[in-house]
Design a protein around this ligand. Structure first.
Ligand code: AMP
Ligand code: ZN
Length: 728
């Protein structure tokens, strides 16, 4: 039987249902005032795999997944600046319930795409205020909670087991975690809120014995788990960030209410990371399922990817690894399809089947060792059993894996007229008309079908979205995949370098206006389409077809600004490189004056928007002055390409564009090169949409982080500043 690592006992415990034959499982579900990111989805896949493993072993499951709806605004909403999203929706006249409904539907769609089996119920927090109040009343009666001025708090010191789940036993740790909500009304700062008095003007509030208010964060899960699963149940799942304070609080509440242990087994999934840190909206490193689908990657490839790492280990998400998973999945689908077309001549393989199933379940039962179960799947696929046997075994494995192999024949079915074309090709070949047969093959290919010739004739299936996308253009997942031409000789006088991400009209404006003033100089325009999801990518492809000076590099997701710029730099072949932002419009010949300035070998960078600083803390624009500066802003940033050999590329830790220009400027200064502003360069600045598209909180956060990166490297280099050098 399945055993899982139990966060409570710190050991691997077997699932032994309290009610024989029926496992009751509660999963901390989504917060529906935003989309679930794929990290969240990883934690729902965990619950899905637990469920499937139990079900194939004959157990019934009652699986409950709650919906944390907007009624329940958590403190973190305010901290993440997400209240703006909600505020905007409310301003549009949407009700909180409509917002919650919208995101709930999107969540259920995502789960469906990932082939996650539906929970029996998706109870909503706001539908269970009554049950929450009931528990709080009882907690006060039982002496675990106290009321102060319309607020009710759980009193930690009355519950000796508090801290047992998370191991946060030392007071100092707890203080650390509750620091943010220091509240003078609490008897002990570690006490947590069960019910909060509504502040004046608050819309979302409910009546209670303590007056109008709203529930604390943890109480909803106590209320809904007990209501739907009873006072004891078997498994509770969530992500590791739920352990404290959420589940620690939930356990204290539930047990304070029932006066006995409620959950037998607490299972927590490790995080999905991106760029090495936890994926979260606030870090700006989150992706949602539609981001994956926008790259024509099958959502099930994400499911496959999650199978490659145990739930208890962190998994660093990259589009490269996702594409590898997509290729693996497609290979398995191809095999399943191939076997499904073989004649079915009975069984006789029951023995094999039981054998393989036993081996598979042993792995799955061992704390969900699905990476090994997937490896076993491949071993089975590569074995020399008959195809039909392998298909049957794969079908059994897939009850756990959940990769939908039984859908493959349907997915790969071709329309009759296409099948007829393939048949005609076969006839042509038989008649020795190979050229004509090849022409039919090309037609089939063009119509979006893959053709395989086999010794038994022809097999054909529609190309997957992924395969069609691969044919259209190459997409890079990182700058490391793009070769560097930095040490190659110059081929042009000028490289215009642009990083574009959406805002198609802005991209058109900079591409057209920058080329309009090139004159008869030999020039190239190198543009990185950085994961655009609007029409930008397609427009750039067309532009490149019409004007051979334009070269486009696509990325399969939005790379950090440093990485995207580095693709431009690596692929440039012009003697002079002019980097332009998409908010810029070129209104006259900027190139002549730029080249003149850079002809002076002491000049490293030139452009119209210089910055000066006296202390590295305040950078101010040169007040319309030309001349020596401490940094050049990225809007228009020009230098000689030969410098790159010495200076290197930009630092890719700068994911956000802000202050990357300061950092890159200082690399030039460090090599003794001057930064020369020329305010007369004819350019116009338009709205900078990357900036204006961000919420204020996000901008500040991202800017601050980048500024730190800059300071960490250059903070003690005031010797480089113009103000210090002119004095000498
Ligand atoms: P939330 O919508 O924030 O309540 O999160 C829903 C679920 O996703 C919770 O179980 C979290 O623990 C889990 N979760 C949040 N971030 C991640 C992540 N980066 N990787 C895996 N699970 C996560
Ligand atoms: Zn919960």
């Amino acid at each position: 039987m399945l055993s899982l690592f139990n966060t409570l006992t710190k050991s691997q415990d077997e699932v032994t249902p309290i009610e024989p034959g029926l496992v009751k499982m509660y999963t901390c579900g989504p917060t529906v005032y935003r989309d679930a990111h794929i990290g969240n989805l990883r934690s729902y896949l965990l619950a899905d795999w637990i469920r499937r493993i139990l079900e194939v072993q004959g157990l019934k499951i009652n699986h409950i997944k709650n919906i944390t709806d907007v009624g329940h605004m958590r403190q973190e909403v305010l901290e993440r600046g997400e209240d703006k999203v909600i505020a905007a929706a409310l301003a549009e006249g949407k009700t909180p319930a409509e917002i919650a409904d919208f995101y709930t539907r999107r969540f259920l769609r995502d789960e469906g795409e990932l082939n996650i089996i539906r929970a029996m119920e998706f109870p909503k927090a706001t539908d269970h205020i009554k049950e929450m109040v009931e528990i709080v009343v009882r907690l006060v009666e039982n002496g675990y909670a106290y009321e102060v001025e319309g607020n009710v708090y759980f009193e930690i010191s009355k519950f000796p087991d508090y801290g047992k789940l998370s191991g946060n036993l030392a007071d100092a740790d707890l203080l650390e975690a509750v620091r943010v909500e220091a509240d003078p009304l609490k008897r002990d700062p570690r006490d947590f809120t069960l019910w909060k008095k509504a502040e004046p003007g608050r819309d979302l509030k409910w009546p209670s014995p303590w007056g109008d208010g709203f529930p604390g964060w943890h109480i909803e899960c106590s209320a809904m788990s007990i209501k739907y699963l009873g006072k004891t149940f078997d498994i509770h799942t969530g992500g590791v960030d739920n352990i404290f304070p959420h589940h620690e609080g939930e356990m204290a509440q539930s047990e304070g209410y029932t006066q006995k242990p409620v959950v037998s087994l607490w299972t927590h999934g490790q995080h999905l990371l991106a760029d090495g840190v936890k994926m979260s909206k606030s870090m700006g490193n989150s992706f949602i399922l539609p981001d994956i689908e926008a790259q024509s990657i099958d959502p099930l490839a994400f499911r496959y990817l999650c199978l490659t790492a145990r739930y208890s280990t962190r998994l660093n998400f990259t589009f490269s690894s996702l594409k590898a998973a997509q290729r693996g999945l497609l290979r398995l689908q191809n095999r399943a399809w191939e076997w499904s077309e073989l004649p079915n001549n009975g069984d006789g393989d029951g023995e094999h089947l039981e054998d393989w199933k036993t081996r598979f379940l042993e792995l799955a039962n061992d704390n969900l060792n699905l990476p090994s179960a997937l490896a076993l799947t491949w071993e089975m696929v590569r074995s020399d059993m008959p195809g039909r046997t392998k298909l049957r075994i794969l079908g059994e494995f897939d009850k756990v894996l959940g990769l939908s192999f039984d859908d493959v024949p349907e997915r790969f079915r071709v329309p009759d007229e296409i099948a007829a074309m393939a048949e005609s090709r076969l006839q042509l070949r038989k008649q020795g008309k190979y050229a004509e047969a090849d022409a039919v093959r090309d037609d089939l290919d063009g119509a979006g079908f893959v053709v395989y010739d086999t010794k038994n004739g022809i097999r054909l299936r529609p190309k997957t979205d992924w395969e069609k996308q691969q044919e259209e253009w190459v997409s890079y997942s990182s700058s490391a995949e793009v070769p560097s031409l930095v040490n190659e000789p110059d081929e042009k006088e000028l490289t215009i370098g642009i990083v574009a991400c959406n805002y198609e009209d802005d991209v058109k404006r900079i591409v057209k206006s920058s080329l309009a003033w090139v004159g008869d100089r030999s020039a190239e325009l190198v543009v990185v389409d950085n994961g655009s999801s609007d029409g930008t990518a397609r427009w750039l492809e067309e532009a490149a077809r019409e004007d051979s000076r334009i070269r486009v590099y696509h990325t399969d997701h939005v790379l950090g600004e440093g990485a995207a710029k580095n693709i431009v730099l690596k692929q440039s072949r012009g003697k002079t490189v002019v980097l332009l932002d998409t908010s810029v419009e070129v209104t006259g010949d900027i190139y002549g004056p730029i080249i003149d300035t850079l002809d002076d070998e002491s000049a490293g960078i030139t452009g119209p928007f210089g910055l000066r600083t006296d202390d590295l803390h305040h950078f101010h624009e040169g007040e319309g002055e030309s001349g020596d500066m401490d940094a050049m802003q990225a809007y228009c940033f020009a230098f000689r390409r030969k410098r790159l050999a010495d200076i290197g590329l930009t630092r890719e830790v700068f994911r956000f564009y802000r202050n990357l220009d300061l950092d890159f400027s200082f690399h030039f200064k460090d090599k003794g090169l001057r930064i020369v502003a020329n305010t007369s360069l004819p350019v116009t600045l338009h709205e900078h949409r990357v900036w204006s598209g961000l919420a204020e909180g996000e901008r500040d956060e991202l800017s601050r982080k980048n500024y730190r990166r800059f300071l960490d490297k250059w903070g003690d280099r005031t010797d480089l500043l113009v103000s210090n050098q002119t004095g000498v």
